[in-house]
Design a protein around this ligand. Structure first.
Ligand SMILES: [Zn+2]
Ligand SMILES: [Zn+2]
Length: 325
């Protein structure tokens, strides 16, 4: 009787093998353990089957994806799994764990906070934040605050959102949850309709340093925009690649104003008029579009849309119809 690679101490036959053979995970923790065991045993099909269709890791080329997973399995030695915490709500869950790993005799341990989402009554892996090394104190004490996202083709993304009349405790809680959701997906902006609330609210991460290259910007605290209005936008525009958490893995160059003036209410209820430029302005314009029911792909010239159409159709199919059926 071989011990299960997920470090449960049980034999593989009664621990993770039934899941690898098709049994559903009862909860996200069981799924996480079975995924670790699947990596250790080089079972790419299980990883693919248990990845959320909107996960950034999801790859349409299953052959290439299989090879990638297999390569990872063969490159590393899976020494031990240590679970630090597990929290679950109806549709979302987090598992914090340490994967004790090595590669060519060198330590390759990492700590991860994984997010899981229920999809058609089945737990699936959504995303993870990786931290190099052994971080046993990474246990976050807060509740699971992640919200399920609305994806491409969801009618809420096409609706003009309603103004917020009062900043209630519920709104404040929603903002906290939006922040956690945005962070879970490594996003830099998120609008309320993207988490199924059709109200005029969005958050962005504020850049600490200004840089022409988005990947070189350091992102700081979040900034909250309630009932925002773009009061003016420069005629001077620029193009840069945008993506969207609601349209995972699809990117396109979008033309936006270089500089904007925004009037908005902050979380303290104060009305502010502020000027933004560059990436910050771009993110604000992208998020502001969301509360007007506009997506970045709606801003593209027709020929660009045509190029993206097969990818969008595929995404729609994956997320709304045939997946897992
Ligand atoms: Zn196991
Ligand atoms: Zn977006």
């Amino acid at each position: 009787m071989e011990k299960c690679p997920c470090s449960s101490g049980l034999s593989y036959e009664i621990c993770c093998q039934p899941l690898h053979k098709g049994a559903f995970a009862e909860n996200a923790l069981q799924l996480m353990r079975a995924r670790y065991a699947a990596y250790a045993l080089n079972l790419p099909a299980y990883i693919i089957k248990t990845t959320h269709p909107a996960s950034l890791q999801y790859c349409d080329d299953q052959k290439e994806w299989t090879e990638q997973i297999s390569h990872f399995s063969k490159t590393f030695l899976f020494n031990r799994l240590e679970v630090l915490s597990f929290k679950e709500k109806e549709k979302v869950a987090t598992v914090v764990f340490i994967a004790h790993m090595s590669q060519d005799g060198q330590d390759a341990t990492f700590t991860e906070k994984s997010y899981f989402e229920k999809f058609k009554d089945r737990w699936l892996y959504r995303s993870g934040r990786l931290f190099e090394g052994y971080i046993p104190n990474l246990i976050t004490t807060e509740q699971v605050n992640i919200l399920p996202l609305a994806y491409y083709d969801d009618p809420i993304l096409k609706k003009k959102a309603e103004p917020i009349r009062m900043i209630t405790e519920d709104i404040k809680k929603l903002i906290e949850e939006m922040q956690e959701t945005m962070d879970a997906c490594n996003g830099i902006g998120l609008a309320a309709p993207q988490v199924h609330h059709s109200i005029r609210l969005f958050i962005i991460r504020e850049p600490i340093n200004k840089h022409a290259d988005k990947d070189k910007i350091e992102w700081g605290d979040i900034k909250v925009f309630i009932n925002p209005k773009i009061s003016s936008a420069s005629k001077k525009t620029w193009k840069a690649s945008e993506g969207c958490l609601s349209i995972p893995n699809i990117y396109a160059d979008v033309e936006r104003s270089q500089e904007i003036m925004v009037k908005y209410t902050n979380i303290a209820g104060k009305i502010i008029k502020e000027r933004f430029s560059g990436w910050e302005a771009r993110i604000i314009l992208h998020e502001n579009d969301h509360i007007d029911g506009v997506l970045f792909i709606d801003r593209l010239p027709q020929e660009e849309v045509e190029k993206l159409t097969p990818f969008l159709e595929n995404l729609k199919k994956r997320i709304h119809n045939s997946f897992l059926l």
